[in-house]
Design a protein around this ligand. Structure first.
Ligand SMILES: *Cc1c(COP(=O)(O)O)cnc(C)c1O
Ligand code: SF4
Length: 447
């Protein structure tokens, strides 16, 4: 076992105290200062000491994943913000100017909120989304922040801390009430932010009532988390790590499956003794771990990174699950990988795995109508096409039905694609009329 690392967070306010940061050149420091004035930035000692190879900065993939990058802002915005920070505007005026820039980069997740919030007796049930029949997403109020922030993540609008225990019980009561009315739900997926940010005693306030409710349809409690990558000590060295594992064991003893949906972006995250120990301990508690992540330019747009990660994951007893297409919220498409390129990369990686690694599916877009899989690219009657299908859909009748779109090398999302053969609409658009522009801003919540 490795030496425990004491938790210490770094943000824009104390990053200058980090020795590795002090050795960066002035341009990199300025990028961090300027971009972190607009986008949230948080990292921690484990990431900076164990994951980032500082001799490779700025190209190091984990540095790209967790530190603000100059390319995340358009050149004119970057200069504008740099000038703002130097100016003698009042704090209030400065904030207003920064907010204006943020608003342009943070599409309001309208589609998600409008379409997926369930109701009981006409009243919206807060903290829940129910889009696919079998699975309810649950956003515990106190799990809406993370151990570190991924630089491409735009979920930060919801990063709010609420330290009110009563809130937890009220929320979970509503969830249970909803599940009693919906016996078709087999899975509850705790998501955020990162629910593993919660202290064990708070998480228990959510999980124990769910177990006590003895819901006949419920099979699986899933926890979507990046803690194995960003803070594996959560399962090993934190003072309530043992309690957390006992809580997970209890889920198993009650006959439910506890699945950790682990967000792993790069093989580097699987390379420390601490993460190995965390995985081993979770397995001992009867937890199964599935690996998923978006494909991100500058971080993991290399098939060998995925091959290495999935192989190592299988060796450690985990299940490769999804490779997501990242949604284009990023300024200047800094992180975007076009669909055609994503498909070629996925295939190159998939071809190098044994069947045990081929549990992975991708590339997958989590869009307003559903999770769309890019199955392939084919030439038909002299024209190139994408072959697509739904892995999950808001209407289950759409699942698994192949459909075609015109191949477009620049397309990076479903909304960029046109149906094949000059058809006006995709088959699913006949019964579903969401304004197309909402698509980008919607879903992908389940990572
Ligand atoms: C991805 C997702 C799920 C879970 O889908 P699985 O394919 O079962 O992993 C559930 N709800 C929403 C809204 C999702 O985006
Ligand atoms: S992508 Fe997930 S882990 Fe990363 S900052 Fe966003 S919510 Fe947190």
């Amino acid at each position: 076992m490795s030496v425990p690392v004491k938790y210490k967070a770094y943000t824009r306010h104390n990053i200058h105290t980090l020795p590795q940061y002090q050795h960066l050149g002035p341009a990199l420091k300025q990028a961090v200062e300027v971009v972190s004035a607009v986008f949230p930035f948080r990292t921690n000692r484990y990431i900076v000491d164990e994951l980032i190879d500082w001799s490779r900065v700025p190209d190091d993939p984990i540095y790209q994943l967790t530190f603000p990058q100059q390319g995340m802002l358009a050149a004119e915005d970057f200069e504008h913000v740099a000038a703002l920070l130097e100016s003698d505007l009042s704090a209030r005026e400065r904030q207003a100017a920064l907010n204006a820039i943020r608003m342009r980069h943070n599409p309001h997740p309208a589609g998600q909120m409008q379409y997926n919030v369930p109701e009981i007796d006409g009243e919206p049930v807060k903290g829940i989304q129910h889009k696919y029949h079998e699975t309810v997403l649950f956003f515990p109020a106190q799990g809406q922040t993370c151990h570190a922030y991924c630089s491409y993540c735009f979920r930060w609008a919801q990063f709010v801390g609420i330290e009110d225990l009563k809130f937890a019980s009220r929320e979970v009561e509503e969830l249970i009430g909803y599940l009693r009315l919906h016996p078709e739900v087999t899975d509850v997926l705790f998501t955020g932010g990162d629910p593993a940010i919660m202290r064990t005693k708070i998480l228990a306030r959510y999980i124990e009532p769910l177990l006590e409710a003895r819901l006949p349809g419920l099979q699986t409690i899933r926890i979507g988390t990046k803690a194995l990558a960003y803070w594996p000590g959560r399962f090993v060295t934190d003072d309530d790590a043992d309690d957390l594992l006992r809580l997970f064991e209890k889920v198993n003893r009650r006959g439910l499956h506890l699945a950790v949906m682990a967000h792993f972006s790069h093989p580097r995250e699987l390379a420390t003794p601490l993460v190995h120990e965390a995985i081993r301990r979770l397995h001992t508690a009867g937890v199964e771990i599935r690996m998923q992540a978006p494909l991100i330019r500058h971080v993991n747009n290399d098939p060998q990174a995925w091959v290495q990660m999935w192989r190592e994951g299988v060796r450690l007893g985990m299940f490769p699950y999804y490779l997501f297409v990242s949604r284009n919220t990023g300024p200047k498409n800094y992180f975007d990988v076009p669909l055609g390129e994503a498909y070629r990369l996925f295939r190159a990686a998939y071809a190098q795995l044994s069947g045990l690694g081929r549990t992975v599916r991708g590339p997958v877009m989590s869009t307003t109508p559903g999770k769309v899989l890019i199955n392939g690219v084919i030439d038909l009657q002299g024209a190139r096409h994408f072959v697509l299908s739904f892995l999950q859909a808001r209407d289950p009748r759409w699942v698994g039905r192949p459909f075609l779109a015109e191949y477009d090398p620049a397309a990076s999302w479903l909304t960029d694609l046109r149906p094949a053969h000059n058809q006006k609409r995709f088959f699913f658009e006949q019964d579903f009329h969401a304004p197309a522009h909402e698509d980008r801003a919607a879903t992908e919540a389940a990572r």
